[in-house]
Design a protein around this ligand. Structure first.
Ligand code: APR
Length: 224
Protein backbone atom coordinates (compact mmCIF):
# COMPACT_ATOMS: atom_id res chain seq x y z
CA UNK A 1 0.00 0.00 0.00
CA UNK A 2 1.28 3.48 -0.92
CA UNK A 3 0.93 5.80 2.07
CA UNK A 4 1.58 9.54 2.41
CA UNK A 5 1.75 10.94 5.92
CA UNK A 6 1.86 14.67 6.72
CA UNK A 7 2.88 15.63 10.24
CA UNK A 8 2.70 18.92 12.11
CA UNK A 9 3.75 20.32 15.46
CA UNK A 10 1.25 18.13 17.31
CA UNK A 11 3.33 15.00 16.75
CA UNK A 12 6.22 16.58 18.68
CA UNK A 13 4.06 18.14 21.42
CA UNK A 14 4.42 15.12 23.75
CA UNK A 15 8.18 15.34 23.24
CA UNK A 16 7.94 18.75 24.90
CA UNK A 17 8.22 20.94 21.79
CA UNK A 18 5.73 23.79 21.65
CA UNK A 19 3.11 23.96 18.95
CA UNK A 20 2.20 27.22 17.24
CA UNK A 21 -1.48 27.87 17.79
CA UNK A 22 -2.25 26.47 21.22
CA UNK A 23 -2.96 28.94 24.02
CA UNK A 24 0.71 28.62 25.07
CA UNK A 25 1.84 28.38 21.45
CA UNK A 26 4.87 29.96 19.86
CA UNK A 27 2.70 32.49 18.04
CA UNK A 28 1.37 33.70 21.40
CA UNK A 29 4.90 34.72 22.39
CA UNK A 30 6.15 36.14 19.11
CA UNK A 31 4.23 37.62 16.21
CA UNK A 32 5.18 35.40 13.29
CA UNK A 33 5.69 38.60 11.29
CA UNK A 34 8.56 39.44 13.67
CA UNK A 35 10.45 36.14 13.48
CA UNK A 36 9.26 34.00 10.56
CA UNK A 37 9.33 36.15 7.42
CA UNK A 38 12.13 37.37 5.12
CA UNK A 39 11.16 40.93 6.07
CA UNK A 40 11.66 40.10 9.77
CA UNK A 41 15.13 38.71 9.00
CA UNK A 42 16.04 41.84 7.03
CA UNK A 43 14.66 44.11 9.78
CA UNK A 44 16.06 42.38 12.89
CA UNK A 45 18.28 39.37 12.11
CA UNK A 46 19.44 39.16 15.73
CA UNK A 47 15.84 38.58 16.96
CA UNK A 48 15.25 35.97 14.26
CA UNK A 49 18.48 34.16 15.19
CA UNK A 50 17.53 34.23 18.89
CA UNK A 51 14.12 32.73 18.10
CA UNK A 52 15.59 29.86 16.07
CA UNK A 53 18.55 29.34 18.43
CA UNK A 54 15.97 28.70 21.18
CA UNK A 55 14.01 26.28 18.97
CA UNK A 56 17.24 24.51 17.91
CA UNK A 57 18.20 24.04 21.59
CA UNK A 58 14.69 22.82 22.49
CA UNK A 59 14.76 20.30 19.64
CA UNK A 60 18.21 19.05 20.70
CA UNK A 61 16.94 18.41 24.25
CA UNK A 62 13.72 16.71 23.14
CA UNK A 63 13.38 12.98 22.57
CA UNK A 64 11.36 11.32 19.81
CA UNK A 65 8.12 9.77 21.07
CA UNK A 66 6.11 6.63 20.27
CA UNK A 67 4.35 8.37 17.38
CA UNK A 68 7.64 9.22 15.64
CA UNK A 69 8.83 5.65 16.22
CA UNK A 70 5.57 4.11 14.95
CA UNK A 71 5.90 5.99 11.65
CA UNK A 72 9.50 4.79 11.27
CA UNK A 73 8.31 1.20 11.78
CA UNK A 74 5.45 1.73 9.31
CA UNK A 75 7.99 2.72 6.63
CA UNK A 76 9.60 -0.72 7.02
CA UNK A 77 6.31 -2.42 6.07
CA UNK A 78 4.79 -0.10 3.46
CA UNK A 79 5.75 2.36 0.73
CA UNK A 80 5.59 5.41 3.02
CA UNK A 81 6.28 9.01 1.98
CA UNK A 82 6.76 10.94 5.21
CA UNK A 83 6.26 14.70 4.80
CA UNK A 84 6.65 16.99 7.79
CA UNK A 85 5.98 20.67 8.38
CA UNK A 86 8.18 20.36 11.48
CA UNK A 87 11.72 21.68 11.50
CA UNK A 88 12.89 19.42 14.35
CA UNK A 89 14.77 16.14 13.70
CA UNK A 90 12.62 13.90 15.90
CA UNK A 91 11.37 11.82 12.96
CA UNK A 92 14.98 11.00 12.04
CA UNK A 93 15.97 10.35 15.65
CA UNK A 94 12.88 8.14 15.93
CA UNK A 95 14.28 5.95 13.15
CA UNK A 96 12.76 7.44 9.97
CA UNK A 97 15.22 7.14 7.09
CA UNK A 98 13.68 9.49 4.53
CA UNK A 99 11.87 12.58 5.77
CA UNK A 100 10.69 15.39 3.51
CA UNK A 101 11.03 18.65 5.47
CA UNK A 102 8.79 20.97 3.45
CA UNK A 103 9.40 23.89 5.86
CA UNK A 104 13.15 23.26 6.19
CA UNK A 105 15.16 22.17 9.23
CA UNK A 106 16.27 24.17 12.26
CA UNK A 107 19.56 22.18 12.32
CA UNK A 108 20.53 23.43 8.85
CA UNK A 109 21.89 26.84 7.86
CA UNK A 110 21.48 28.65 4.55
CA UNK A 111 23.65 31.47 3.22
CA UNK A 112 21.43 34.38 2.18
CA UNK A 113 24.26 35.58 -0.07
CA UNK A 114 25.31 32.48 -2.04
CA UNK A 115 22.69 29.82 -1.27
CA UNK A 116 25.17 27.39 0.34
CA UNK A 117 23.65 25.03 2.97
CA UNK A 118 25.46 23.45 5.89
CA UNK A 119 24.81 21.94 9.33
CA UNK A 120 23.94 24.84 11.60
CA UNK A 121 26.02 25.48 14.72
CA UNK A 122 24.10 25.36 18.02
CA UNK A 123 23.90 29.15 18.05
CA UNK A 124 23.89 31.47 15.04
CA UNK A 125 23.92 35.25 14.93
CA UNK A 126 24.44 38.04 12.45
CA UNK A 127 28.21 37.49 12.51
CA UNK A 128 28.01 33.80 11.58
CA UNK A 129 29.93 33.42 8.35
CA UNK A 130 29.09 31.21 5.39
CA UNK A 131 31.79 28.47 5.08
CA UNK A 132 31.57 28.72 1.27
CA UNK A 133 31.62 32.46 0.50
CA UNK A 134 32.64 33.95 3.84
CA UNK A 135 29.71 36.37 3.96
CA UNK A 136 28.17 37.11 7.36
CA UNK A 137 24.78 36.23 5.83
CA UNK A 138 23.82 33.00 7.58
CA UNK A 139 20.13 32.32 8.19
CA UNK A 140 18.28 29.27 9.46
CA UNK A 141 17.36 26.95 6.54
CA UNK A 142 13.67 27.44 7.36
CA UNK A 143 10.90 28.21 4.86
CA UNK A 144 9.38 31.46 6.11
CA UNK A 145 5.93 32.78 5.36
CA UNK A 146 5.94 34.13 1.82
CA UNK A 147 8.63 31.67 0.70
CA UNK A 148 8.08 28.53 -1.39
CA UNK A 149 8.04 25.27 0.61
CA UNK A 150 10.66 22.69 -0.38
CA UNK A 151 10.20 19.43 -2.38
CA UNK A 152 6.69 20.29 -3.59
CA UNK A 153 7.00 18.34 -6.89
CA UNK A 154 7.93 15.17 -4.97
CA UNK A 155 5.05 15.74 -2.55
CA UNK A 156 2.37 16.33 -5.22
CA UNK A 157 3.54 13.24 -7.13
CA UNK A 158 3.33 11.10 -3.97
CA UNK A 159 -0.18 12.40 -3.19
CA UNK A 160 -1.33 11.58 -6.73
CA UNK A 161 -0.38 7.91 -6.37
CA UNK A 162 -1.34 7.43 -2.72
CA UNK A 163 -3.80 4.77 -1.59
CA UNK A 164 -3.89 6.28 1.93
CA UNK A 165 -3.24 9.83 3.19
CA UNK A 166 -2.92 10.62 6.89
CA UNK A 167 -2.49 14.05 8.50
CA UNK A 168 -1.13 13.87 12.05
CA UNK A 169 -0.90 16.74 14.57
CA UNK A 170 -1.58 19.67 12.27
CA UNK A 171 -4.24 22.37 12.55
CA UNK A 172 -4.74 22.60 8.79
CA UNK A 173 -4.36 26.37 8.79
CA UNK A 174 -1.25 26.79 6.62
CA UNK A 175 -1.18 26.11 2.89
CA UNK A 176 -0.05 24.32 0.77
CA UNK A 177 0.08 21.56 3.45
CA UNK A 178 -3.56 22.13 4.46
CA UNK A 179 -4.58 21.43 0.85
CA UNK A 180 -2.86 18.03 0.63
CA UNK A 181 -6.02 16.22 1.73
CA UNK A 182 -8.06 17.59 -1.19
CA UNK A 183 -5.31 16.55 -3.60
CA UNK A 184 -5.18 13.06 -2.10
CA UNK A 185 -8.99 12.70 -2.19
CA UNK A 186 -9.07 13.69 -5.87
CA UNK A 187 -6.50 10.94 -6.49
CA UNK A 188 -8.76 8.37 -4.81
CA UNK A 189 -6.86 7.99 -1.53
CA UNK A 190 -8.59 7.15 1.73
CA UNK A 191 -7.93 10.17 4.01
CA UNK A 192 -7.61 9.94 7.77
CA UNK A 193 -6.90 12.71 10.29
CA UNK A 194 -5.17 11.87 13.57
CA UNK A 195 -5.25 14.86 15.89
CA UNK A 196 -5.92 16.01 19.44
CA UNK A 197 -8.98 17.89 18.19
CA UNK A 198 -10.58 18.73 14.87
CA UNK A 199 -8.56 20.82 12.43
CA UNK A 200 -9.63 23.55 10.00
CA UNK A 201 -9.91 20.95 7.22
CA UNK A 202 -11.41 18.02 9.18
CA UNK A 203 -14.46 17.90 6.93
CA UNK A 204 -12.22 16.86 4.00
CA UNK A 205 -11.22 13.60 5.69
CA UNK A 206 -13.09 10.27 5.45
CA UNK A 207 -11.96 9.16 8.91
CA UNK A 208 -10.97 10.89 12.18
CA UNK A 209 -8.98 9.51 15.10
CA UNK A 210 -9.01 11.93 18.03
CA UNK A 211 -6.47 11.76 20.85
CA UNK A 212 -2.81 12.29 21.74
CA UNK A 213 -0.44 11.15 19.00
CA UNK A 214 1.57 8.82 21.25
CA UNK A 215 -1.61 6.79 21.82
CA UNK A 216 -3.50 6.94 18.52
CA UNK A 217 -0.60 6.81 16.02
CA UNK A 218 0.96 3.50 17.18
CA UNK A 219 -2.47 1.81 17.28
CA UNK A 220 -3.39 3.14 13.83
CA UNK A 221 -0.02 2.21 12.27
CA UNK A 222 -0.06 -1.28 13.79
CA UNK A 223 -3.39 -1.95 12.10
CA UNK A 224 -2.10 -1.25 8.58
N1 APR B 1 -1.29 14.78 19.72
C1 APR B 1 -1.91 15.04 18.54
N2 APR B 1 -2.21 16.27 18.10
C2 APR B 1 -1.85 17.31 18.89
C3 APR B 1 -1.20 17.13 20.13
C4 APR B 1 -0.92 15.80 20.54
N3 APR B 1 -0.31 15.54 21.71
N4 APR B 1 -0.98 18.37 20.68
C5 APR B 1 -1.48 19.27 19.81
N5 APR B 1 -2.00 18.64 18.74
C6 APR B 1 -2.63 19.24 17.55
C7 APR B 1 -3.42 20.49 17.85
O1 APR B 1 -4.79 20.15 18.13
C8 APR B 1 -3.32 21.26 16.53
O2 APR B 1 -4.38 20.93 15.65
O3 APR B 1 -1.59 19.64 16.70
C9 APR B 1 -2.01 20.77 15.92
C10 APR B 1 -0.89 21.80 15.97
O4 APR B 1 -1.29 22.87 15.17
P1 APR B 1 -0.29 24.11 14.97
O5 APR B 1 0.22 24.56 16.28
O6 APR B 1 -1.01 25.08 14.07
O7 APR B 1 0.96 23.49 14.18
P2 APR B 1 1.04 23.11 12.64
O8 APR B 1 -0.29 22.68 12.10
O9 APR B 1 2.19 22.17 12.49
O10 APR B 1 1.45 24.52 11.95
C11 APR B 1 1.73 24.49 10.56
O11 APR B 1 2.38 26.80 10.64
O12 APR B 1 3.44 28.43 11.81
C12 APR B 1 3.56 27.59 10.73
O13 APR B 1 5.52 26.79 9.72
C13 APR B 1 4.74 26.67 10.86
O14 APR B 1 4.91 24.36 10.23
C14 APR B 1 4.10 25.29 10.94
C15 APR B 1 2.77 25.50 10.23
Amino acid sequence: MRIVVLTGAGISAESGLRTFRAEDGLWEEHRLEDVATPEAYARDPALVHRFYNARRAAAAHAQPNAAHEALAALAERHDLTLVTQNVDDLHERGGARHVIHMHGQVNRALCAACGHRWDAPAEMDSATECPACGSAAARPDIVWFGEMPYHMDEIWAALERADLFAAIGTSGQVYPAAGFVQHARRSGAHCVELNLDRSAVSREFHEHLIGPATRIVPDWAAGL
